[in-house]
Design a protein around this ligand. Structure first.
Ligand code: IPE
Ligand code: IPE
Ligand code: MG
Length: 246
C-alpha cells in the first residue's frame, strides 16, 4: 500500500459565485469580487503549504466583457489595485506570476502592470501562479494553431510532424506540469470555456461553496478528494493495481 495519497502538481480553479455571495448580503456584485481577493490569498498560501507546483485561476473570461459596463469597470479597477498591493508579497513568497489570455484587449496601464509583475517574478520557483484574464479555452487552441501555422510558414516545422505534443507546446502553460485537479466553486457543473485542452485528463471537483467563502479547509478537502481518485488514463483498474501490466 502506498503511504501518502498524491498531491496534485497543478490545480486550476474557476472562482465562481462572487455575485451571489454579495447578493445574499444585499451588496453590489463588486463587493463580492473584492471579497474574493481573500480567497485568492488563502489558496496561494494553501498551495505553498501543500507543495503544489502550479495554480491557475480563472479571473475574467473572454465572455465576461458582456457583463454590465459598470461591473467590468469595477473588475478592472480591482485587478489594478490587487496588482499594486499583492505583487510585493507574492514576490517575497517566491511566487512566479503569469497572466494568460489575450492581454491586448486591456488598457495600457493595466497591461503594463501585468507585464511588469511577470518580469519581476520571472525568476521565482516556489509556486507558478497563473491568472487567466480575457481567457477562453477555444481562443487558446486557436492561438496555438496560429503559432504553429506561422512556424510552418517560416519552414521551422513540417505539417506532417504536427502532433499533440507539438501543438501542446504552443498552448498556454505547455511548459508546466499537466493539469491534475480542476476545481469549480459556486455550484455550477460546467467548464465555461476554461483550459479546454489542458483539462483533458484533469480530475474534476465541484463545490457549492461560493468563491469568497473558499478557504484553506476547502482546498484541503479538494486535495484529499483528488488523492483518493484512481486515474486510469484509459486502462483498467486491474492494470493500475498491478503496475500497468497485461
Ligand atoms: C465569478 O463570480 C467572478 C467573475 C466571473 C469575474 P461571478 O461574478 O460569476 O458570481 P455569480 O456566478 O454571479 O454568483
Ligand atoms: C466563469 O464564471 C468565469 C470566471 C470565474 C472568471 P462565469 O460566472 O462567467 O461563468 P458562467 O457564465 O456561469 O458560465
Ligand atoms: Mg458566475
Amino acid at each position: 500500500m502506498n503511504s501518502k495519497p498524491p498531491v496534485p502538481r497543478h490545480i486550476a480553479i474557476v472562482m465562481d459565485g462572487n455575485g451571489r455571495w454579495a447578493k445574499a448580503r444585499h451588496r453590489p456584485r463588486s463587493f463580492g469580487h473584492d471579497a474574493g481577493r481573500k480567497a485568492v490569498r488563502e489558496v496561494v498560501e494553501g498551495c505553498l503549504r501543500h507543495g503544489v507546483e502550479a495554480l491557475t485561476l480563472f479571473a475574467f473570461s473572454s465572455e465576461n466583457w458582456q457583463r454590465p459596463q459598470a461591473e467590468v469597470g469595477a473588475l478592472m479597477t480591482l485587478f489594478l489595485r490587487a496588482l499594486d498591493k499583492e505583487t510585493d508579497e507574492l514576490h517575497a513568497q517566491g511566487v512566479r506570476l503569469r497572466f494568460i489570455g489575450d492581454l491586448d484587449r486591456f488598457e495600457a496601464p493595466l497591461r503594463e502592470r501585468m507585464l511588469a509583475a511577470m518580469q519581476r517574478t520571472a525568476g521565482n520557483h516556489k509556486l507558478q501562479l497563473n491568472i487567466a484574464v480575457n481567457y477562453g479555452g477555444r481562443w487558446d487552441i486557436v492561438q496555438a494553431a496560429r503559432q504553429a501555422a506561422q512556424a510552418i510558414a517560416r519552414g521551422e516545422l513540417r505539417a506532417e510532424d504536427m502532433d499533440e505534443a507539438t501543438l501542446g507546446r504552443f498552448i498556454s502553460l505547455g511548459d508546466l506540469p499537466p493539469l491534475d485537479l480542476f476545481i469549480r466553486t459556486g455550484g455550477e457543473y460546467r467548464l465555461s470555456n476554461f483550459l479546454l485542452w489542458q483539462a483533458a485528463y484533469a480530475e474534476l471537483h465541484f463545490t457549492d461553496t461560493l468563491w469568497p467563502d473558499f478557504d484553506q479547509t476547502c482546498l484541503r478537502r479538494a486535495i484529499d478528494d483528488f488523492g483518493h481518485r484512481e486515474r486510469r488514463y484509459g486502462r483498467t483498474g486491474e492494470q493500475i493495481a498491478t503496475g500497468h501490466q497485461g
